[in-house]
Structure formats: C-alpha cells, structure tokens
Design a protein around this ligand. Structure first.
Ligand code: NAG
Ligand code: NAG
Length: 406
C-alpha cells in the first residue's frame, strides 16, 4: 500500500567537525550538508544554544540548496564555543553540534601587580589569573635567601587555589619577599610575573596591668609599650576624653623603639580627682589597639560627720557619729574629748581608739557641771582624716540630780 506520493522525507545531516589544531588568528570553515531529506530546507546556525550573530569575521553562506557554510576568520578566544546547525523542512528537522576549540597560549586575565600588601596574622591572597587553552597550570615560586626561586609547596600555610590565586594563611613578617607566578599550557610562551609581598604590622600594646594604685600627693607614671609599623599615633584618654599632651600636673611623651614606640603618661602630686580610667590608644594605617588602666588614689579618709552627743548625765555622755563615704577602707576611729572651759590652756585631754564598725562611744568619768568638747578622726592604712567639727556639751550638776532622786 504505497499511496504516499505526497510523503515528504524529514532532513538528516551529515556529521562535521572542526579540526583539532586550530590556532588563534587562523581561519576555519565547516559545511553543514544535507544527507537526506526533501527540499525546500532552511538552515539555521546557533552558538552555544543561542542564534549565531554574524559579522565581518563570522559569516554564513550557501553554495546550493543542500548545504550551508560557516566561516570564522581571525579566530579569537571568544569564538571557542559549541556550534550547531539545524536543518528544517515541512516534515521535521535535524541538528548537529560541533565544538570549536582553539589552542591558545596563556594570557593574563588579571595580571599580578608588582607589589602586594598583607597585614600581619591575617589571610592574604595574591591574584594570578590566567586564561588559555588547554587551561594553563599556575605555579607559584618563592625566592630563597640564596636568590633562587623554589615552588611553593602546598601546606596549611600556603596553597595555590584553582583560579591561580596564592593563599597565605596567618601571614608572618618573614613571609615578606619576592614571589613568582608562572603559567604554562604547552602552547606558545610561558607567562610569569614577580610580586613583592610586604607584610604590615598593626599596632599592639603590651598590657601588663589593669589597675594602678598610687598614694595621694605622689607622682605616677604609666608606660604604654607599643609594637607596630610607624607612623604610630598614640593618644591618652581620661574617662574616654582625650588628654591634652600636657598640663601643669600631667604630661605625656613618646620615645621610639626598634619595634615601635613607648609612650608615657606622668601625673604629678596626684589628687582625688585623678582617680579615673585612663586609656592608651594607638593606631597606624593597618589597625589599632587600646589599653585601659584604672587608677586608684589611696588617701586618708574623710572626717566623720553628724557628731551628736546625747544622754548627757553628770558623769557620762554618749557620742555618736557617721563614717563618711570612704575612699579607702577606714580601719579605726579616734575619739578625743577635753574640758573646754574652766582653765584656759589646761585641757585634760582624753583619747580613745575604736575599731571600724563602731559609731558610738560612752564617755565616762566626766565631771559634773563641766563643759566638754569632743572631736573624732578616722584612720586608714594611708593616714588620719582631718578632725571632725568639734561638738561642745555640758554635764549635769550632781547635787540637783540627787535632790530629785531623793
Ligand atoms: C560544548 O558543550 C559541551 C556539553 O554541554 C561542554 O561540555 C563543552 O564544554 C562545550 N564546548 C565548548 C567549546 O563550549
Ligand atoms: C579565586 O578563588 C578564591 C576562592 O574560591 C576567591 O576567594 C577569589 O576571589 C578568586 N580570585 C579570583 C581572582 O577569581
């Protein structure tokens, strides 16, 4: 039953391929030939799946109704792609794809710079990005003290990434020096580039203490020992406010060392208000560091306050007081009292020492009908406070008292 006189045969293409030794700048041509299939047939070309755009280098032509020619001249690396030819007629279509591969010597995608900068103890990448076909092999070499280059061996410390970048972990000052990136793929000339790596050191302060203690009236100097690349900018702060370099009671000065600088803060005749948080702050172009020191000023306690004499009898009276908010712990109180009036110059001074914690005392063996003055001092490990304000009281007459009792 062969009644199919209107049958149309769908297209079928002859395989084709690009030659394997194509070089950049050369010319290539492939023919997409109809092996079978009825006319009319249309041919379409695509590059990597997208319609091919033609130009003066890339042209498509047709010698007859059965074929289509693709010609590429002055081949450049962007021409490397899969080229497909599709033939279509009313019954269907056929398609064939071939890869254009060009052997290209290594070329810089990103040429390394002459110098690379790294910061101490960080991770550093030195770029050496190359193209070419086949993909070039990138080797990094490092200059020895002897002057020759030896390949970087893969380790935790250093490795060459797939994209040619050299990675250095935890950079040390000793890693600075000359590095050489080489790229080769067996086509044309090798590429190479030397890079000088500089390792920069951010500032670091030797923090030897967090608290300094000084006695009031004395002089104190605090030294900030800084390591790092110069220029180093050192600042001193007091309670987070920048200190002027000097005043009539303090000064700051710096002295350069082989590895950085030493900056000293000196405060003379230390006062209560010098107790504060001091900060040594340093920066250079590569980082910063700071160190906080709390300064404690040791000084005698403040005078006791609220002196009160109550329960005054003929021979006893009770004195009480408040310990003032202490700057350094009070160890004891000294209570001093004397007959204040009768004979000028004869005081009959009495003194009693009480341990810290007691804030009242019964004064005994007083004389009836006599005026007394009492004052109190506090003491700590540094010394004595000023005496408190004196308080005067008069004991009761004895005779009258006895009369009342009888
Ligand atoms: C062509 O396509 C294949 C499969 O998708 C791919 O592996 C190959 O890299 C391509 N070739 C080119 C030169 O683009
Ligand atoms: C190379 O690869 C590394 C790691 O994948 C990446 O961090 C870096 O940006 C890449 N460099 C270039 C130049 O592509």
């Amino acid at each position: 039953c062969y009644h199919n006189f209107s049958f149309t045969e769908p297209p079928s293409l002859q395989p084709y391929e690009f030659s394997s030794d194509i070089e950049l700048g050369s010319r290539v041509q492939i023919v997409c030939n109809l092996k079978k299939g009825d006319l009319p047939v249309t041919f379409r070309w695509s590059k990597d799946g997208k319609p091919l755009s033609t130009n003066e280098r890339v042209t498509v032509s047709s010698l007859d109704a059965f074929s289509s020619n693709l010609r590429i001249q002055d081949i450049v690396s962007e021409d490397v792609a899969n080229y497909s030819c599709t033939a279509t007629n009313s019954a269907g279509s056929d398609s064939f794809t071939a890869a254009l591969i060009v052997r290209a010597p290594p070329f810089w995608k990103r040429q390394p710079k002459n110098t690379a900068q790294a910061i101490l103890a960080t991770r550093t990448l030195i770029v050496c990005s190359v193209g070419g076909y086949p993909a070039p092999r990138v080797t990094w070499k490092i200059k020895n003290p002897s002057g020759s280059f030896t390949p970087v061996s893969r380790s935790y410390k250093m490795k060459v990434l797939d994209n040619g970048t050299l990675l250095i972990n935890d950079v040390k000052v000793t890693d600075s020096g000359m590095y050489l990136c080489q790229a080769d793929n067996g086509v044309g000339e090798k590429l190479e580039k030397a890079v000088r790596l500089s390792v920069h050191v951010p500032p670091s302060i030797e923090k030897y203490s967090e608290i300094v203690t000084v006695q009031r009236g004395y002089t104190k100097s605090v030294r900030c020992v800084v390591t790092g690349e110069r220029p180093l900018l050192v600042k001193w702060l007091k309670n987070n406010h920048v200190l002027e370099p000097w005043s009539n009671r303090h000064e700051t000065y710096s002295k350069e060392t082989t590895v950085g600088t030493n900056s000293t803060l000196v405060i003379r005749s230390i006062q209560t208000q010098d107790a504060a948080l001091y900060t040594c702050s340093v920066e250079n172009s590569f980082g910063n560091d700071s160190w906080n020191i709390k300064m404690i000023v040791n000084e005698p306690p403040q005078s006791p306050s609220n002196i009160f004499v109550g329960d005054v009898r003929s021979r006893v009276a009770k004195v009480s007081w408040r310990s003032s908010p202490t700057r350094s712990a009070v160890t004891q109180f000294i209570v001093r009292f004397w007959e204040s009036s009768r004979y000028f110059g004869v005081k009959k001074l009495e003194e009693q020492v009480l341990s810290f914690g007691e804030t009242s005392l019964l004064l005994r063996d007083l004389h009836p009908g006599t005026e007394y003055t009492v004052e109190i001092q506090a003491e700590n490990s540094i010394g004595l406070s000023e005496p408190s304000d004196p308080v005067t009281f008069t004991t009761q007459e004895e005779g009258r008292c006895q009369v009342f009792i009888l």
